[in-house]
Ligand binder design. Structure first.
Ligand code: PGA
Length: 249
C-alpha cells in the first residue's frame, strides 16, 4: 500500500496577515511535487490562509484543538471550528503543548477523537526527551505515548504520527539517521494500521538534512518548524522529496 509523503510546516506562534503572500510563492512548488503539502499557521490566519490556498495544492491545518465540541472554554477552539475555518489536519500533542500546557496522553487521545469526529486528520506527536534517550528509555516512552494518545477508532480513520525527539526541536540537533530509522521502524510495529499510517520525522529538519532524512525507510515525510517560516527553505525541503515521490514505500 503506497503512502504519499506529507511535508508539513508548523508555524507555531509566528505569522501575521502580512505574511500571507507566502502561500502564493509556495503553491507552484507544491504543485510540482508528488508529496502532500500542509501548512499549520496560527489560528488567527486559518481562514485567510485557507481562502488564499483555495482548492490548490497547499493544505491548511491547525496546531491544537479542544476535546469538546462546544462549551464554556474561553480562548479555546474546537475541531469543528478548525474544520469550518478550512483546516484539513490538526497537530496534536506537540511537545510544546505537552510541556507548556501539561497535556497528557489521555488529553491528546480525546482531542484526536474530536478531530476525527470533525473530519480532520490528527497529526499525533510523540518523542522522548534527551534524558530519556540517554537512559535508554526512548522506545519505552514512545510506546507509552502511542498507546495512550492514539484514538480507539484509529483503525478505521486516517491518523498521522510525527516522531519528534524533544531534544531535536528548535535546537539545530537532529537524531542520527540510524536512530530515526530505528525509531520509525519501531513505531510502525506499534500502529493499528502499520501499512497505511504515515510517520513523519520532526526536529530541526532543514534544507541541508532533509534529503537524507526523507530517504530513510519508514520516514513518510517531515514536520518542520523553524525552516517552514521561510518559503525558500520550506520549498527546498519539498524538493528534497523528489518529483516522482508519490512515494512510496
Ligand atoms: P523545528 O520544529 O523544525 O524548529 O525543530 C519542529 C516542530 O516543533 O514541529
Amino acid at each position: 500500500m503506497p503512502r504519499t509523503a506529507l511535508i508539513a510546516g508548523n508555524w507555531k506562534m509566528h505569522g501575521l496577515t502580512a505574511d500571507l503572500a507566502y502561500f502564493d510563492a509556495l503553491a507552484p512548488e507544491a504543485a510540482e511535487t508528488g508529496a502532500d503539502v500542509l501548512i499549520c499557521p496560527p489560528a488567527t490566519l486559518l481562514m485567510a490562509a485557507a481562502a488564499r490556498c483555495g482548492e490548490g495544492p497547499v493544505m491548511i491545518g491547525g496546531q491544537n484543538c479542544h476535546a469538546q465540541e462546544t462549551g464554556a472554554h474561553t480562548g479555546d477552539l474546537s475541531a469543528a471550528m478548525l474544520a469550518d475555518a478550512g483546516a484539513r489536519f490538526v497537530i496534536l500533542g506537540h511537545s510544546e503543548r505537552r510541556c507548556d500546557h501539561g497535556e497528557t496522553d489521555p488529553d491528546v487521545r480525546a482531542k484526536a477523537e474530536a478531530a476525527l469526529a470533525a473530519g480532520l486528520v490528527p497529526i499525533i506527536c510523540v518523542g522522548e526527551t534527551q534524558a530519556e534517550r540517554e537512559s535508554g528509555d526512548a522506545e519505552r516512552v514512545v510506546a507509552r505515548q502511542l498507546a495512550g494518545s492514539l484514538p480507539d477508532n484509529s483503525q478505521k480513520m486516517e491518523v498521522v504520527i510525527a516522531y519528534e525527539p524533544v531534544w531535536a526541536i528548535g535546537t539545530g540537533l537532529t537524531a542520527s539517521s540510524e536512530d530515526v530509522a530505528a525509531m520509525h521502524a519501531f513505531i510502525r510495529t506499534r500502529l493499528p494500521e502499520p501499512l497505511t499510517t504515515r510517520i513523519l520525522y520532526g526536529g530541526s529538519v532543514k534544507p541541508d538534512n532533509a534529503a537524507e532524512l526523507l530517504s530513510l525507510a519508514d520516514v513518510d515525510g517531515a514536520l518542520v518548524g523553524g525552516a517552514s517560516l521561510k518559503v525558500s527553505d520550506f520549498s527546498s525541503i519539498i524538493r528534497a522529496i523528489g518529483r516522482d515521490s508519490e512515494l512510496l514505500r
